[in-house]
Ligand binder design. Structure first.
Ligand code: HAH
Length: 324
């Protein structure tokens, strides 16, 4: 329904390509590996790559003629201990860390050259709180800010045709938005090969506001890059809401969710010239990372399809938009 506006994607894993195959093949034309292409999944021990699961997801995309995004080459989480240490367990020096990064990126990006058209090269390096620009991490401690530019250069060497993204969450929060903008602007000024900004879009019923989303799209688009929503979901709970008593989604919240999805897709469509893809971080409410995060054991219902893969109210509202 949105084929002329942007791609519609879903994050998948080895279980959901089985349990949600029909739904995925029918409604989505792009996938992203939820975990299977992260550093720790692909290179758990130095030089001992584990491509099995990632390969199966790429094969699923090929089987169904879907596009595939790569996620993610550099992140402070789901990385792996050995990367930052020598055999004695001491921190490695900058040159060693960058050499390992280069070798990982060349191997991984090279391998999926024909399957993956866009990579989240660097994920979540911006600090959420205060005035500091970059988040403290082993990457930053050992290599300094330079690891960011180097990662994009290595990815570009490995596949000059791949579109390279900086990806982050809380991307519509005005303070963080300005920091993301500042980082990407400085990368562009240094001539770093970067082609897009990924707005994770882990949103909820109460925020960010439409005005904040619009302002973020405008500000990022002013850099002349393409934009993608990379991890969209619509939690029924505020981020700091710790309640655990809701075990079925209340009708009034599903109505609110439908209104939010409707107004958001209306807005995304306005920006169809700069937005090239909208990927959900899952496909249907039977499986979402939000089932245990940030509150353990609590279920959530963030998508357009319910636990039986049937369209929710939100789906019908978004579908009606596409016919306008
Ligand atoms: C995302 N982080 C990651 O990009 C993705 O790889 C993971 O599967 C799920 C969510 C979002 C995030 C976070 O890392 C920490 C706090 C809030 C949100």
């Amino acid at each position: 329904m949105f084929a002329e506006d942007f791609q519609i994607g879903a994050a998948v894993n080895p279980m959901t390509i089985r349990t949600q195959e029909e739904l995925l093949a029918y409604h989505f034309n792009s996938i992203t590996a939820e975990n299977e292409m992260k550093f720790a999944s692909l290179q758990p021990e130095e030089g001992a790559y584990a491509f099995d699961e990632a390969d199966r997801l790429a094969a699923f995309a090929r089987k169904h003629g879907m596009a595939m995004r790569g996620h993610t080459l550099v992140w402070h989480n789901q990385s792996t201990g050995w990367l930052f240490e020598d055999k004695q367990g001491n921190p490695v020096d900058k040159a060693t860390l960058l050499e390992r990064l280069k070798s990982h990126i060349h191997t991984v990006v090279g391998r999926y050259k024909n399957d993956i058209y866009a990579w989240d090269v660097v994920n979540e390096v911006i600090e959420d709180e205060g005035d500091g620009l970059l988040r403290r991490s082993k990457w930053l401690d050992i290599a300094g800010p330079e690891f960011i530019a180097r990662a994009f250069e290595y990815a570009h060497e490995a596949d000059p045709n791949a579109l390279l993204f900086y990806n982050d969450y809380n991307e519509s929060n005005p303070a963080k938005r300005d920091k993301i903008h500042a980082l990407v602007k400085s990368l562009l000024e240094q001539g770093v090969p970067i082609h897009g900004i990924g707005l994770q879009a882990h949103w909820n019923l109460y925020g960010p506001s439409l005005g904040e989303i619009r302002a973020a799209l405008e500000k990022y688009a002013s850099l002349g890059l393409q934009l993608q929503l990379t991890e969209l979901d619509m939690s029924l709970f505020r981020f700091d809401d710790k309640r655990t008593d809701i075990t079925e989604p209340p009708a009034e919240l599903l109505e609110l969710q439908a209104e939010r999805y409707e107004e958001i897709f209306k807005l995304l469509r306005e920006y169809r010239d700069v937005i090239t893809s909208v990927t959900f971080w899952g496909a249907a409410d039977d499986y979402t990372w939000l089932n245990d995060f940030p509150v353990r054991g609590r279920k959530n219902w963030p998508f357009l399809f319910d636990e039986q893969h049937h369209p929710k109210l939100a789906f019908h509202r978004v579908a009606a938009l596409s016919r306008q």
